[in-house]
Design a protein around this ligand. Structure first.
Ligand code: AMP
Length: 398
């Protein structure tokens, strides 16, 4: 288990503290924020620092401006919203250079308990290249660095990893701590039975996750587009369903390994299929695992949903990543809804690994029924692969 210093382990009183947040919020065409959960996720750390008299400098990326200052990717809407939410005035350092004249001026003359938000770190090409110069410039603004951006912790960028080389103290914020606690405890010391539910489009995206989890879980339930590669590998017919032909051997190997490791590897036993990939295609239930020519599997069927329910009901720890079908189409959302509602109903530790499953759980209104919804889809997958996250590894140990 990672044992990284947190904001509570250091003295922040009167110090300039640069916090790397994840303010990568969705905006509409009027530049209004359409989902504030990432801003809310950053508040505990910001409030702690304000309460303890720090001078708080915030930074983040937003979208993909590709190393150029583009107005549509400005963090100005985030500054405005933060200013409304917090009792403290938020000064926005509008600065195309991110750390240019404006940012230096704004951060030079700060009082304790003040907040400055820098402009989008990805306005600078060096951000994604982990360029030393930009990392040094960012570091020069503050005495202490705090990383609280779990969503980008799997990337070694200038503001997530490079900067730590030029700071005396680099610690984690509350959001990263929470992610490490839930994901780390679940994977390292799970209450059993420990069940992983994996779905989504591709097997290839989840290979490393399956391999790592096979050593840890009691059951793996597979749904979504990735299930058909496993079914085809076993000789079932899959019609025109998604398949990765180059992963068929791998799929058999995984099923074999699951047997050796005594892991219950559960594939769909029926499906909801359609003639085409469209929201209007007629949903048809299959009798069993097989799918007829001309049809594609777009959701797990009701027998599979019941089978999954029974396993979820008895579990003590459940991790879910990836929808069970094309949940964006109403007719093919039932499998995903069923898993979400069963997870919401258990007393088990329930963890949603970000991305599409987090969207599904939140839009269905089950968000507050889960123990933890990760704020980083990509980062949580890397975590579940058992790999190190550079943005966390670079922080000081306790
Ligand atoms: P991922 O990003 O790999 O988690 O995949 C999520 C996407 O997989 C969602 O947009 C789903 O619509 C899609 N998906 C899930 N099940 C299927 C399926 N049976 N066929 C095609 N796409 C699917």
């Amino acid at each position: 288990m990672l044992n990284k210093k947190t904001v509570e382990d250091i003295n922040v009183n009167g110090k300039k503290v640069l916090v790397r947040c994840d303010f990568n919020v969705p905006l509409n065409d009027k530049f209004e924020i359409t989902d504030e959960s990432r801003i809310e996720g950053a508040l505990p750390t910001i409030k702690y620092l304000l309460k303890n008299n720090a001078k708080v400098i915030l930074c983040s990326h937003l979208g993909r401006p590709k190393g150029e200052a583009k107005k549509e990717f400005s963090l100005a809407p985030v500054a405005k919203r933060l200013d409304e939410i917090l009792d403290t005035k938020v000064i926005f350092a509008a600065d195309d250079e991110v750390v240019g004249t404006n940012a230096k001026e704004a951060t030079n003359n700060m009082e304790n308990g003040e907040i400055v938000l820098l402009e989008n770190t990805r306005y600078r090409k060096e951000e994604k290249k982990n360029g030393e110069e930009f990392a040094k410039e960012l570091a020069s603004l503050a005495d202490i660095y705090v990383n609280d951006a779990f969503g980008t912790a799997h990337r070694a960028h200038a503001s997530t990893e490079g900067i730590t080389k030029f700071m005396d103290e680099s610690v984690s914020g509350y959001l990263i701590q929470k992610e490490i606690r839930f994901l780390g405890n679940a994977v390292e010391t799970p209450k059993r039975p420990f069940v992983a539910i994996l779905g989504g489009a591709k097997v290839s995206d989840k290979i490393a996750v399956i391999e790592n989890l096979l050593d840890k879980v009691d059951s793996i339930l597979i749904g979504g587009g990735m299930a058909y590669t496993f079914l085809k590998a076993q000789g079932y017919t899959i019609g025109t369903s998604l398949v990765e032909e180059d992963r068929l051997d791998y799929a058999l190997e995984m099923i074999e390994q699951a047997k050796v490791k005594n892991v219950n590897f559960v594939l769909p036993v029926d499906h909801i299929v359609g003639a085409e990939f469209s929201k209007d295609t007629e949903p048809i239930k299959t009798e069993d695992q097989n799918i007829k020519d001309g049809y594609m599997g777009l959701d797990i069927g009701p027998k599979t949903a019941d089978l999954f329910k029974d396993i979820i009901k008895d579990a003590k720890t459940i991790i879910w990543n990836g929808p069970m079908g094309v949940f964006e189409f109403e007719n093919f959302a039932n499998g995903t809804i069923s898993v979400a509602s069963e997870m919401a109903n258990t007393d088990a530790i329930t963890i949603i690994g970000g991305g599409d499953s987090a969207t599904a759980v939140n839009t269905l209104g089950f968000g507050d029924k889960m123990s933890h919804i990760s704020t980083g889809g990509g980062a949580s997958l890397v975590f579940l692969e058992g790999k190190e996250l550079p943005g966390i590894m670079a922080l000081d140990n306790k």
